[in-house]
Design a protein around this ligand. Sequence first.
Ligand SMILES: C[S@@+](CC[C@H](N)C(=O)[O-])C[C@H]1O[C@@H](n2cnc3c(N)ncnc32)[C@H](O)[C@@H]1O
Length: 301
Amino acid sequence: MSTYHIPVLLGESIEGLDIKPDGIYVDLTFGGGGHSREILKHLTTGKLIGFDQDVDAEENVPKDDRFIFVRHNFRYFKNFMKYLGYPKVDGILADLGVSSHEFDVAERGFSFRFDGDLDMRMNQDSNFTAADLLNEYSVEDLFRIFKFYGEVKNPGKLVRLIDNQRKETPFTTIQHFKEVIAPCTPKFKEHKYLAQVFQAIRIEVNQEMDVLKEMLLQSAEMLKPDGRLVVITYHSLEDRLVKNFIRDGKFEGNAEKDFFGNVQTPLTAINRKVILPGEKEIELNGRARSAKLRIAQPKSL
Ligand SMILES: C[S@@+](CC[C@H](N)C(=O)[O-])C[C@H]1O[C@@H](n2cnc3c(N)ncnc32)[C@H](O)[C@@H]1O
């Protein structure tokens, strides 16, 4: 059986949570449960609430009375936590993006290594797939996602190929999509290019930037005064949102200041410099390569 997911920056993120044995913790991205199992090891009477919107993650839920699994998008986590009776928490962990399992199962449609439906939904109950995006999005929106989320060098040419094709027949499969965009896929750099294109589609299908912003705003409200927020990102735009929010309390623009010139932000950074995986971790787990870890806690008044 293949591994569901190898947790990234495990030691660093657990240290960042500074776990209290009787505390209340939230793992917003349960996945294979690697981070959750490690958090549970540090708890005595504490509780851990794990979120994941993917039904497949449920197979990894530990048999442990201290653990509660919530199969929902973490963009609603504040309401769920209130409903469960935990309006304030000691620590929140988010290890963003997709799990290796999601990426490695051909039918999920996340990877260009396989053929299959253009799907890419983390939540199998959602009714918006990668095919819907390619067939229905305006030319302007497609251009935006490939330029900013994919950071591809030729978004105009890519979108023209997509738009011309979908006027003839709608997109349904990965293989067909790859054939259509072959004329703008750089020779000898196919892998990198397709990874960028597929990443852009995935981010938009799952509204990853919007849910990240909602999650950060809710986290700032949910943490106890000495609580910890630990976020692992895999995309420069995501890391920028996390960094800006921790530093300025905003996603863009400068921080607001009070009458005395003090910056008005709910959080303060624990690590001034972003934490990256070491060479050894990257060697053992290639998926750690782009990981960036940031840790914050509420700003004391
Ligand atoms: C990188 S994996 C986390 C792996 C986990 N830390 C582990 O050690 O196994 C991200 C997981 O979060 C889930 N996920 C991503 N965004 C989500 C969201 N907005 N709401 C709920 N789950 C989400 C994905 O389905 C995936 O299983």
